[in-house]
Ligand binder design. Structure first.
Ligand code: HEM
Length: 240
């Protein structure tokens, strides 16, 4: 909320702190928890198409669909609006102040832009397009095929997951400071360490899924080729 001439500096400061806290709370409580769960569910790509579809895209009751989407998408939209307003007040001064913390501050803003672009593309391709065009959820065959044979898809997922992992992990640490969990130098170091571990965890889960889908995409193509044009030469193995 922007300050007005009737607000005292103390009131203005406290409303800005309130807005910061709301912004980070929305990002943490439903969004980070949901993203962790989403990436974990996606790891079932290692167990094959049925396990992945049951974990990630299973048909849910319409009411459950609406509740899930509201719990995820509403905080996402609110956090994005809050973030865009904060982006406007950024002054880039990394040349004058080349500290690591200042670099992380800049990367947090850059990754925010990347995450918005990634999520727009991801939600459209993985959720809206299959629903609108085919009246169903994304299938394992489609996503793994795209991951293996469509390089732009692979690159978007690799960079998108990197951006999300950085934005969430670093946001956890800056959010912790806003909430007062880094009052001492030791607490600040602990929070930074937790955020690095969180980054590695998110990146490992996301890139691990991409790796599994990418490999499965190759397997699907072999299966298709073997079925349509059975090969007889040496070195060609059946996929079954
Ligand atoms: C390894 C990478 C990922 C894969 C394979 C993947 C896969 C999917 C799929 C298949 C859907 C559609 C689900 C359905 O039809 O019910 C989906 C939805 C979604 N994904 Fe991902 N995802 C990945 C990473 C991410 C990341 C890093 C985020 C960041 C927050 C994210 C956010 C979302 C959101 C917000 C939705 C829409 C949820 C809804 O409308 O209920 N995804 N994802």
């Amino acid at each position: 909320m922007s300050s007005t001439t009737t607000e005292s500096p103390a009131e203005s400061q406290s409303s800005s702190l309130m807005s910061s806290r709301m912004g980070s709370l929305l990002a943490f409580a439903p969004l980070s928890v949901w993203t962790l769960w989403h990436l974990y569910a996606n790891l079932s790509a290692y167990e094959g198409p049925h396990a992945w579809e049951a974990a990630v895209t299973a048909q849910r009751a319409p009411l459950v669909e609406v509740i899930t989407s509201t719990v995820v998408l509403l905080p996402l939209i609110l956090h994005t609006i809050w973030g865009i307003r904060r982006l406007r007040i950024v002054k880039v001064n990394n040349v004058q102040y080349g500290t690591f913390d200042n670099l992380k501050f800049l990367l947090q803003r850059l990754s925010a832009v990347g995450v918005v672009l990634f999520l727009g593309a991801h939600i459209y391709k993985a959720r809206i397009e299959p629903m609108v065009m085919h009246g169903r959820h994304e299938t394992f065959g489609d996503i793994s095929f795209q991951m293996h044979h469509h390089l732009p898809t692979l690159i978007v997922y690799i960079l998108g997951v990197l951006g999300v992992a950085y934005h969430m992990a670093n946001g956890l640490s800056t959010g912790g400071i806003t909430w007062g969990y880094a009052a001492t130098e030791k607490a600040r170091q602990r929070l930074t360490l937790i955020s690095y571990l969180f980054f590695v965890l998110l990146l490992g889960m996301g890139w691990g899924t991409i790796y599994a889908l990418h490999n499965a995409g190759e397997h699907d193509r072999r299966t298709e080729r073997d079925i349509t044009a059975p090969a007889t030469g040496p070195g060609v193995q059946s996929a079954h």
